[in-house]
Write a protein that binds this ligand. Structure first.
Ligand code: WTA
Length: 704
């Protein structure tokens, strides 16, 4: 594994291939280049570069122009109010995101166009006969919702939330499977101005407790369960466990999806706590006005991992986020309304990619979005290709880790399917190795679809570095050039831009509308995490902080960005962002563990795997005959899954008598990373090591 990964890094450094964008008409897009009522469509590199330059020289002019592509209830008085690190975009303006994603399309006469196409995971549950064009013997459940249907469902749910006492500004927690009701729930929250906090269904009860308490959220929307690789994921059970640990939650609205038996609870103050969706929501009126929101009112909160054990509640607000995701979705995927496109982003709505592109980006652009409930390998390894063929997906957006799994499964699976509907492919979540890029290009894209390798983060709201499919030549492994209006750079610790091919820190030098506005209830951490590391010069030569991404990168002679990965204690495991400290906290909460250190290690499929170094308590060791064995490993690993979720299951647990520390007591993570990666010669300066012999013993503890 290590070898494969080192080989990938080398091939990334040696990559020289360039793929020209296809001619716009061969992409099958009707939109002309230049600026139309829906904003820019860009069909050449020259046009893109010219516009980018303009957008950086005059950001307020650029964004004011772009902002005309959304509908406002009241105009702004200033485009930007920037007092680093606090940005206010479209000051004083009023609007509603749900209005822009749903109502404006219905009012403009597009109510009968498809908004959402949904496919459940199980086959043959409802109808038992094959879907047209399917290579499977039984058909999955499929739902299609028009904008008009979405509008009435959203209104009913919005009224149900109001009936539960939810008011503007109250955070509503969503913990749901990938069903249309999750999209409806987000939109209903946006409609009434109640920020949503979506928790990925793969997280465990403890994660719900932490997030609910931090957000002070009193209402949870969940489901009895969801389907994943043929199993039922019991979401309601996890919510019950969470509610047993916090008295904050007053109401739980439960969607019936799987139909298995669930427990039913009353509220702590008497009265009902749990309510069935199907008994509550359909009774409500399908009329509910969109709340006029201030441009800077919070749209949602999304918890993500940082360098400490506690996840950060990333705050996104209304206007800037909407303008930014609408533009980036349109440009990066070439979204054209009423052109029969079907956009499929395979990310879960529980992650930012699902928020910005499954949901808001696609719907703001009035392009149908496909939501698939389950796993790519159910009932077999061709499920995604079967979906693309049957539904005629035009843009497909997934993660490098998924592509590496597809590669491992073999070319015969995509080859069995007609993928000719595809026009644009996208990837996100981690650096893509050129081998995976080329495989994706050939076996999924038929060597004809441009690949957009989109670099961004929960904090950036939307794409900040990405090719535009009809304009920017691509190089496998590079996310190419910054998005319009985004001033990204690779700098040294002093904030000076580095010459080509020198590795440095990836920063953004000017505010952009999609940027986070803060960390919920933690302004100091906001400053410390993003705005205290790198400083440069502002417009008037004054010292100003740059947004620090915590990623390392280099630019090549063409100005293309090559992201090398995180420089902090965050790891991207199968494209899922995790903090090593979170896994450490989970490990030390086990009674047998004295100390734990967690680092990323190269992994052929996941990109980064989780390696935990653990010292056990001596009293625990005494109870064990001989050495800690696989049973202890399994117990610790299961404990982490219970505490955080299956995405955090360690790939390797190594036992040690002690962890290498500096004299001031800090764990030497860089050194542990080298040990985890199996680096033969420990390159780091180890003179500050408290006890060098620890390293030798750590290496001997390798479980293989
Ligand atoms: C990584 C996901 C290289 C990066 C949208 C970033 C990438 C982290 C790419 C954010 C890419 C995302 N190339 N690395 N195209 N896209 N990353 O917050 O390390 O879940 O900091 O947002 O993923 O992960 P997050």
């Amino acid at each position: 594994m290590t070898q494969a990964n080192n080989a990938s890094i080398e091939s990334l450094l040696a990559e020289t291939r360039v793929f020209q964008p296809p001619a716009p008409d061969t992409l099958g897009f009707k939109a002309p280049g230049g600026r139309g009522p829906r904003g820019w469509h860009i069909h050449s590199l020259e046009e893109f570069k010219r516009l980018h330059k303009r957008s950086i020289e005059n950001p307020e002019g650029f964004w004011a122009e772009e902002a005309r592509t959304v509908e406002w209830f009241a105009p702004w008085t200033r485009v930007l109010d920037w007092k680093a690190p606090d940005a206010r975009w479209f000051v004083d303006a009023k609007l509603n995101v749900c209005h822009n994603c749903v109502d404006r399309h219905v009012s403009a006469g597009y109510g009968d166009e498809t908004a959402i196409v949904w496919e459940g995971e199980p086959l043959g549950v409802r109808t038992g006969h094959p879907a047209p064009g399917s290579k499977y013997a039984k058909t999955p459940e499929i739902k299609r919702l028009t904008y008009r249907q979405v509008q009435s469902e959203v209104c009913r749910l919005a009224n149900a939330l109001k009936a539960l006492g939810v008011k503007k500004g109250d955070v509503v927690t969503l913990y749901m499977p990938m069903v249309p009701e999750l999209a409806i729930a987000c939109l209903a929250c946006a409609r009434i101005g109640a920020p949503h906090s979506v928790i990925f269904g793969g997280f465990a009860a403890q994660a719900i407790v932490e997030r609910v308490e931090d957000a002070r959220s009193k209402v949870i929307i969940t489901a009895d369960g969801g389907y994943r690789r043929g199993d039922v994921v019991k979401l309601k059970d996890a919510v019950d466990q969470a509610c047993a640990k916090t008295s904050l939650v007053k109401d739980v609205l439960v969607l019936r999806r799987t139909g298995h038996a669930v427990q039913w609870h009353d509220g702590s103050a008497g009265g009902k706590r749990d309510h069935w969706w199907h008994e509550t929501v359909p009774k409500m009126s399908d009329q509910c006005p969109c709340e006029p929101m201030d441009a800077e009112d919070m749209l949602f909160l999304l918890y993500t991992s940082g360098s400490t054990g506690k996840p950060k509640g990333i705050v996104h607000t209304t206007a800037g986020y909407l303008v930014f995701v609408q533009m980036t979705a349109r440009l990066a995927f070439n979204l054209i309304p009423s052109s029969g496109q079907l956009f499929w982003c395979s990310a879960d709505i529980g992650w930012v990619t699902g928020h910005s592109y499954v949901l808001y980006g696609a719907m703001a652009n009035r392009v149908a979005t496909l939501i698939y409930e389950g796993a790519p390998n159910f009932p077999d390894n061709a499920r995604f290709w079967d979906i693309i063929e049957r539904h005629k997906v035009t843009q497909f957006y997934t993660a490098p880790t998924a592509i590496r799994s597809f590669m491992k499964w073999g070319t015969e699976f995509p080859a069995r399917h007609d993928l000719s509907s595809l026009k644009v492919l996208g990837t996100v979540g981690e650096p893509i190795n050129p081998e995976a890029w080329i495989w994706y290009h050939e076996h999924v894209g038929g060597a004809r679809c441009p690949i957009v390798d989109t670099y961004w983060q929960t904090e950036t709201g939307g794409h900040v570095i990405t090719p535009l499919p009809g304009a920017v030549p691509t190089k496998p492994g590079s996310c190419t050039l910054p998005m319009l209006g985004v001033d990204a750079a690779v700098v040294n610790e002093q904030g000076e831009e580095l010459p080509p091919d020198r590795g440095g820190l990836l920063v953004i030098r000017k505010p952009w509308p999609g940027m986070l506005r803060g960390i919920f209830r933690d302004p100091d951490r906001y400053v410390q995490a993003y705005w205290s590391r790198v400083f440069g010069k502002g417009a008037g030569g004054e010292r100003t902080p740059y947004y620090f991404s915590a990623d390392g990168a280099r630019r090549d002679k063409d100005g293309y960005f090559w992201v090398m990965g995180r420089v902090d204690d965050v790891i991207n495991v199968s494209g899922h962002r995790l903090g090593t400290m979170e896994v450490e906290s989970a490990l030390v909460s086990h009674p047998a563990v004295a100390e734990a250190a967690v680092v990323g290690m190269p992994h052929a499929i996941k990109g980064t795997g989780i390696c935990a170094f653990v010292t056990l308590k001596s009293e625990f060791l005494r109870t064990l005959p001989g050495h800690p064995d696989d049973a202890v490993r399994k117990a610790l690993s299961d404990h982490v899954v219970r505490e955080i979720g299956a995405i955090a299951r360690p790939d390797s647990i190594r036992f040690a008598d002690g962890l290498p520390k500096t004299r001031s007591g800090k764990i030497m993570r860089r050194l542990l990373r080298d040990v985890a990666a199996g680096v033969e010669k420990i390159t780091q300066d180890t003179t500050t090591l408290e006890d060098f012999s620890v390293v030798a013993r750590l290496r001997e503890s390798d479980e293989e």
